[in-house]
Design a protein around this ligand. Structure first.
Ligand code: IPM
Ligand code: MG
Length: 374
């Protein structure tokens, strides 16, 4: 029987619909080539929807819940005050759907230019696993005596043992399938209470993974080591805010936000996982054809790996890598091809079975399906 997956497609704002359109063209090609099908539901959400109706995550939660996975474009628009969509949609989704692990591969693909001089692809292949539901992203914050010179702003960070454990456990499983090294990134010399809990959980769970070497790096030192010696890292596990920051650094190293991708994984099967490029809605280039759809297409590859379509995931990743190597610039007018043309080229390679998976040995994308559930 042909396997069918229920996919919620949430293009969102700015360049989101353009890059997701490309990902769907590649999905069509993958279905034709690999013999599975998808039923897709388009979900209207984001700035325009919010401005027209006031709707945020709560209004689409039930609809999203019944799907096997969510393919997400981007959200954000200058007409909506900062924080409304971020908290009201993105963080709500991560928390309500228990998308505990934000998995962000940092891989320099062959032919992609990096600002780090002398860096070669063989030295840059790591995965940052970011705790996705707690830390500084949970404390609502409050201000006493606001607007006076006695104003007191409080912004707490929440760290639960259970929340840390589920993401650390996932990171160990990932590391044991890769080069067997796990690095905890934190700031234990200053954030002593939270740092101690993270270290304790890593030590406790690490006892079940004696084959995985454990290392520790402070987050500020990480900003030094990551660009200069990325080969030092295999799997990096870190808290929500540190993960937000160092994954942007990772994206720069691997050639820019146009390429970087992520999976927001629900690890207990209680709700769908969500897949998105790391870039934002880039309203300044929306509609110009200058957006690079690679990040969105690689998020499709992550989604396929998660669904158990490992061969399709590997083909999509390899085809994307092949086309990335051909582009003179990674985004903007110098890219040489428009957004749709890049998408169509990648789709054609997938459809024709011409994707050379040897281009990306040891793909992280293909192993996610097995790892996401214990
Ligand atoms: C990210 C983004 C989000 C975050 C924003 C848009 C809420 O920066 O996914 O990294 O801070 O997590
Ligand atoms: Mg971020």
């Amino acid at each position: 029987m042909t396997q069918n997956y229920e996919i919620a497609v949430l293009p969102g704002d700015g360049i989101g619909p353009e890059v997701v359109g490309c990902a769907l063209a590649v999905l069509d090609a993958a279905e034709a080539r690999f013999g599975f099908t998808t039923s897709r539901t388009a979900i209207s959400a984001g700035a325009s929807q919010y401005l027209a109706t006031g709707e945020l995550f709560a209004e689409v939660r039930d609809e999203l819940q019944r799907h096997d996975a969510i393919l997400f474009g981007s959200m954000g628009d200058p007409r909506v005050a900062p924080g409304i969509l971020e908290r009201g949609f993105i963080l709500e989704m991560r928390q309500r759907f228990a998308q505990a692990a934000n998995v962000r591969p940092v891989r320099l693909y062959p032919g992609v230019s990096t600002p780090i001089s002398g860096l070669t692809p063989d030295r840059c292949d790591l995965v940052i696993v970011r705790e996705n539901t707690e830390g500084a992203y949970v404390g609502q914050g409050s201000t006493v005596h606001a607007g006076t010179e006695h104003a007191v702003a409080m912004q707490e960070s929440i760290n639960t043992r259970a929340g840390i454990a589920r993401v650390v456990e996932f990171a160990f499983r990932l590391a044991s399938r890769r080069r067997r090294k796990l690095t905890l990134c934190h700031k234990t010399n200053i954030l002593v209470a939270a740092g101690r809990l993270w270290q304790q959980v890593v030590a406790d769970i690490g006892a079940d993974y004696p084959e995985v070497e454990v290392d520790y790096v402070h987050v500020d030192a990480m900003c030094f080591h990551l660009p200069l010696t990325p080969e030092r890292f295999d799997v990096v596990v870190t808290d929500n805010l540190f993960g937000d920051i160092i994954t942007d650094l990772g994206a720069v190293i691997q050639g820019g936000l146009g390429v970087a991708t992520s999976a927001n994984l629900n690890l207990d099967g209680s709700a769908p996982s969500m897949f998105e490029a790391i870039h934002g809605s880039a309203p300044d280039i929306a509609g110009t054809g200058g957006a690079n759809p690679s990040g969105a297409i690689l998020s499709l590859a992550l989604m396929l790996g998660h669904l158990g379509e490992g061969a399709a995931a590997a083909a999509v990743e390899a085809a994307t890598v092949q086309v990335l190597g051909e582009l003179p610039a990674l985004s903007g007018p110098g890219m040489g091809l428009t957004t749709d043309e890049v998408g169509a080229r990648i789709a054609a390679i997938v459809r024709d079975g011409a994707a050379d998976t040897a281009l990306v040995p040891d793909s992280v994308l293909t192993t996610l399906a097995e790892l996401a559930r214990p």
